[in-house]
Design a protein around this ligand. Structure first.
Ligand SMILES: [Cu+2]
Length: 362
């Protein structure tokens, strides 16, 4: 009897996810009821062997918990500073791996995103930090795609200066964008770059921003059903940072929700249509006057046209010396498709290939 009940509920729970990924099926009340009340991941209901009611509830709770950890959906869970693993110490872990709609109340830091992280990560302006996404809580396996299925779209990273990173509310914060990777080339997105990098997305903390507490907001905009209004699926986490800096800049900011509109070209987008560019929604990337952030392969509106080879040099070089010019420092980008910055690493670092779009000085 319990097994029959469990079977029926399992099918509904799976369909809940399916209906969310396919909004045209959202209006079925049973599905909606399940989706609208996502339980906390990891919540446990102890079964009472003497009570049939609590037994049913425990089965229900277990099934709902599994519905929040469906394959393909994902959360940003870990953080790195200059290649040093901080694990989940400064992430405000979302309660579920379900997506958030572009205009929903939880757009700033996801469901549960006002609950403080275990601690706050110390970062220097100019550091390269990485956010790391995976489908299931605590599962960092690189053999599983960070975000699976056809959840293609851009990766986007914001900062917000706050009084206290441990208590700041994402919805009250002012956000500026510090990195994004949209359409890299035909059928290859920021999410593909991230998946090829074991879930990691790198970004440079602008050198000139004012010191203090910040929230960092990492986001994926999955476009697989974004062809109809409200279909885009957003996955975000906020990280608590204390940034040490000699800078003074406070860039212009936007709000979440608010920064994205349902009809933005980057939110209402037919992934299966014919296109060669994609406009990442939100404001322009703030780079602080420095070189573009490492992972932003080509700029936001990427035109994956073939590059024209440069014309042959008019004069022959007269010396064999290494050309003088800027050198990339430790952890900075030094190569990759679409990258135009310095390709020589300052001694003793060597330019090290990480993938076709990113090499860094290590
Ligand atoms: Cu989905």
């Amino acid at each position: 009897m319990v097994y029959v009940l469990a079977f029926g509920l399992t099918r509904r729970a799976k369909d809940t996810h399916y209906s969310y990924c396919h909004p045209e099926r959202r209006n079925i009340p049973t599905y909606k009821r399940f989706f609208l009340s996502p339980p906390k991941v990891g919540s446990v209901v102890e079964p009472n062997p003497h009570s049939l009611t609590s037994m049913k509830l425990s089965v229900l709770a277990a099934l709902l918990a599994s519905a929040t950890t469906i394959n393909a959906h994902a959360t940003f869970q870990q953080f790195w500073v200059n290649g040093k693993d901080q694990a989940g110490t400064c992430v405000r872990k979302p309660s579920t791996n379900n997506p958030v709609g572009a205009t929903q109340a939880d757009m700033a830091c996801n469901v549960g995103g006002n609950n403080p992280a275990p601690s706050t990560c110390a970062v220097n302006a100019g550091d390269t930090v990485s956010v790391e996404m995976h489908q299931q809580p605590g599962d960092r396996t690189c053999t599983t795609e960070a975000i699976g299925g056809n959840h293609d779209g851009p990766t986007v990273i914001y900062l917000a200066k706050v009084d206290n990173a441990a208590t700041a509310q994402g919805a009250s914060a002012g956000w500026f964008k510090i990195g994004q990777t949209g359409l890299v080339r035909t059928d290859y997105w920021g999410t593909d770059v991230m998946n090829a990098n074991c879930g990691k997305v790198d970004v440079k903390i602008p050198l000139d921003i004012a010191p203090g507490d910040y929230l960092l907001r990492a986001e994926v905009i999955a476009l697989h059903v974004a062809g109809s209004v409200g279909g885009a699926q957003l996955y975000m986490s906020c990280f608590q940072l204390k940034i040490n800096s000699a800078g003074k800049a406070s860039p212009p900011t936007v709000r979440f929700p608010g920064a994205y509109s349902p009809n933005d070209p980057g939110i209402l987008f037919n992934l299966y249509g014919s296109y060669s560019t994609y406009t990442v929604p939100g404001p322009a990337v703030y780079t602080g006057g420095s070189a573009p952030a490492p992972p932003s392969v080509p700029p936001s509106s990427t035109t994956p046209t073939a590059t024209v080879p440069p014309p042959p040099p008019v004069t022959t070089p007269t010396s064999a010396t290494v050309p003088a010019g800027p050198q990339a420092t430790h952890f900075q980008q030094c190569g990759g498709s679409g990258y135009n910055g310095p390709t020589v690493c300052a001694s003793p670092y060597k330019c090290t290939y990480s993938n076709d779009w990113y090499s860094q000085c290590l």
